[in-house]
Structures are given as structure tokens and as C-alpha cells.
Design a protein around this ligand. Structure first.
Ligand SMILES: Cc1cc2nc3c(=O)[nH]c(=O)nc-3n(C[C@H](O)[C@H](O)[C@H](O)COP(=O)(O)OP(=O)(O)OC[C@H]3O[C@@H](n4cnc5c(N)ncnc54)[C@H](O)[C@@H]3O)c2cc1C
Length: 327
């Protein structure tokens, strides 16, 4: 989208709260842009605990975190919002009529902004072993956006947590072979996933650390250093998927001119911040009694969106009940 285009609302952060706010903005007929720094939507539930059950989202007896993400995605897609992944907002500059958002890709313009950056921008924990960085997204991956990339390939996965195990089990039927390298003999996953792993054809290489990764004519060569009681090894693979988890960092907010309290954005009852046209919701904010819960963030989104819509489109009548709409 060209810089000249001005969205009604730009939402920074595609966690559960930013996703629901994007849906709600669509419901209110806003021209909405969602910017997410990682290649995937879903925030903490998708990145940190995709396989865990969540028991305190209204209307669900229990919902697995990755299912909640895909339901939010489905709900949000109804109004065809402009969603930009791999786009980290680095600065917001409000002026008299709106806000310019600077990202690591391009600049955007919006009448209003909702900051829903939660725990901060997630970055995959990088492979520490020496490797050629140009191989990332070619032969070395941190996230597998399309499992077919690994079809009929010899795949090595590095990591020992839930997502490493999930990748291994998901790729087992697709890849030619799957090996899982972990520095401990025990895996830190759901018991049922660990059992499925032990019963699978995935070859477990433990306790090993990757010492170096180099490119070969046909793929990759990985030298493995034993953590204890094993011989060093060199293995080859077509693709390496590094699954060491994610780190998040919300220190970025300090440079945005937002009023903070203990690193969280201070907001008023309509979730307005100290900056003109800038609102904030979800785990990123603080106010008396704030709970860092998905349910709280879901409640904050309609208030912020409706405050913005009343300000920028006072002529639009608010229909408070979605059940009265013809969708
Ligand atoms: C292990 C664990 C279990 C939990 N269990 C529960 C539970 O059972 N029930 C419950 O209600 N809550 C639970 N929580 C808390 C819940 O996950 C959070 O309250 C919720 O994720 C907050 O959503 P959010 O959208 O505000 O932020 P986040 O989920 O943190 O999402 C923020 C998003 O913004 C993106 N972002 C950040 N900065 C930028 C930037 N500059 N540019 C672009 N994108 C950016 C991030 O990459 C991320 O995707 C749990 C948390 C953890 C860690």
C-alpha cells in the first residue's frame, strides 16, 4: 500500500488482542491495517504455548492456544483487513491529523493507532553456532510458514520444547527423514507429544549442541558437539529448522514518546494514551486493576475502536450489537 493511503486505524501487534481489535475495527467499517513483526499472527499463545489449553476465554470450556489463534484469524478475515507480517514498527509520529508509522519495511499513515504490542516484539532465539546468515529462509529456518518446503527432504530440527516436537511430528509424514537435536536427553513437551515422538520415526540425537553449520554442494553439514558421554558427529541435511523459542522485548516503547509506568503504557478509560490519536490495549498497557489476560484485552478492544470511530467518523451510527447486523 502506498504511503499516501491513510487508514482509519493502524493496529500494531498481531497477538490475540490486536487480532480481535482488527476484527472489531472491521465490524465498525474501519479501513484497518494490522502490522505484526513476526511471520505469524497470534502473539504469545501462538509463539510460546501453542499446544496448551486455555480455560478462561469466555464461551470456551477449554481452547487450545493454536486453535484460538486460527479462530481469531478466521473471525478477523471476514472484513479483509490489510495484514502485514514481518513488519516491525520502529517509531510512531503523531501530528495534527493522524499518525505516521515507521517500520523496518515502509512507512504507513493512519488517522489513529492502537498499540497492541503485548510483551513486545518477538524474535526467534537465533542459532548461536557459526553459520552463513544468507542461508536463513533458504536452508536454515526459524519458522516453517509452508510445510511443503520440507517435503521429501532430509530435515534436522534443533530444540527440545513443545514447538520443536510439534514441528518434528508435523514433518514426519512429509519429509524424507526427520532428526531432532537437543542438548538434553529429556524433552520439555506435553507428555502426550513426547510419547508420540518416542513412537515416531523421528531420530533423536541427544545430548548434542550444534557446533557449526556449513553449506555443502547439496545441502548443509552440521558438526555436533556432545554435551556429555557421546562422540562428536558430523551429519548432513537438506534443511535445518531451529526451534529455540522466542524472546520478546518491549523496550522499544521508551522511544515512542508514550507515558509509561513500569514499562507499561498508561491509558485512560477509553484506552487513549498521552499521544494524540494513539490508543493502547492488551498486555502492553497499565491502569488501576489491569489484568494481563486475553479476556481483559478482548474487552478493551471494542472500547478503543469505538472511541476512535466516534472521533474520526462522528457521522457513523454505532450499532452496539453485532447480532443486529446483516453480515
Ligand atoms: C505460558 C503462558 C500461558 C498463558 N496462559 C494464559 C491463559 O491461560 N489465559 C489468559 O487469559 N492469558 C494467558 N497468558 C497471557 C496471554 O497470553 C496474554 O495476556 C496475551 O497474549 C496478551 O495478548 P496481546 O495481544 O496483548 O499481546 P501478545 O500476545 O504479547 O502479542 C503482541 C504481538 O505484538 C507483536 N509486536 C510487538 N511489538 C511490535 C512492533 N513494534 N511491531 C509489530 N509487531 C509488534 C508481537 O510480535 C506479538 O505478536 C499466558 C501467557 C503465557 C506466557
Amino acid at each position: 500500500m502506498k504511503m499516501e493511503h491513510e487508514y482509519d486505524i493502524a493496529i500494531i501487534g498481531g497477538g490475540p488482542v490486536g487480532m480481535f481489535a482488527t476484527f472489531y475495527a472491521g465490524l465498525r467499517s474501519a479501513d484497518v491495517l494490522l502490522l505484526e513483526s513476526t511471520p505469524q499472527l497470534g502473539g504469545q499463545p501462538a509463539a510460546l504455548y501453542p499446544q496448551k489449553q486455555i480455560y478462561d476465554v469466555a464461551g470456551f470450556f477449554a481452547v487450545r492456544a493454536d486453535e484460538l489463534t486460527s479462530k481469531l484469524d478466521q473471525q478477523m478475515a471476514r472484513f479483509k483487513p490489510d495484514v502485514q507480517l514481518n513488519t516491525k514498527v520502529t517509531a510512531i509520529t503523531p501530528d495534527a491529523t493522524g499518525v505516521t508509522l515507521t517500520t523496518d519495511a515502509q512507512n504507513y499513515r493512519a488517522k489513529s493507532v492502537i498499540v497492541a504490542t503485548g510483551a513486545g516484539a518477538f524474535e526467534p532465539r537465533p542459532l548461536a553456532a557459526p553459520h552463513d546468515k544468507t542461508l536463513v529462509n533458504d536452508k536454515i529456518f526459524y519458522i516453517a510458514p509452508d510445510l511443503n518446503t520440507f517435503a521429501r527432504q532430509d530435515v534436522v530440527i534443533a530444540g527440545g520444547g513443545d514447538s520443536a516436537i510439534d514441528w518434528a511430528l508435523a514433518l514426519e509424514p512429509i519429509a524424507k527423514s526427520v532428526r531432532l537435536i537437543h542438548r538434553r536427553n529429556q524433552f520439555r513437551g506435553l507428555e502426550s507429544s513426547v510419547t508420540a515422538l518416542e513412537n515416531s520415526t523421528v531420530e533423536l540425537l541427544t545430548p548434542y549442541l550444534i557446533k557449526e553449520v556449513s553449506e555443502t554442494a547439496t545441502g548443509l553439514s552440521l558438526s555436533l558437539r556432545p554435551v556429555r558421554d557421546a562422540e562428536p558427529q558430523t551429519i548432513t541435511a537438506d534443511k535445518l529448522l531451529v526451534s529455540y523459542g522466542f524472546a520478546s522485548d518491549n523496550r522499544q516503547l521508551r522511544n515512542w514518546g508514550l507515558q509509561l509506568e513500569h514499562g507499561q503504557i498508561k491509558v485512560d478509560a477509553s484506552y487513549a494514551t498521552n499521544l494524540d490519536h494513539v490508543y493502547a490495549i492488551g498486555d502492553a498497557v497499565t491502569y488501576p486493576g489491569k489484568q494481563k489476560l486475553i479476556a481483559s484485552g478482548f474487552g478493551e478492544a471494542p472500547t478503543a475502536v469505538s472511541s476512535i470511530m466516534s472521533a474520526i467518523h462522528p457521522e457513523l451510527r454505532q450499532n452496539l450489537h453485532s447480532s443486529e447486523l446483516k453480515l
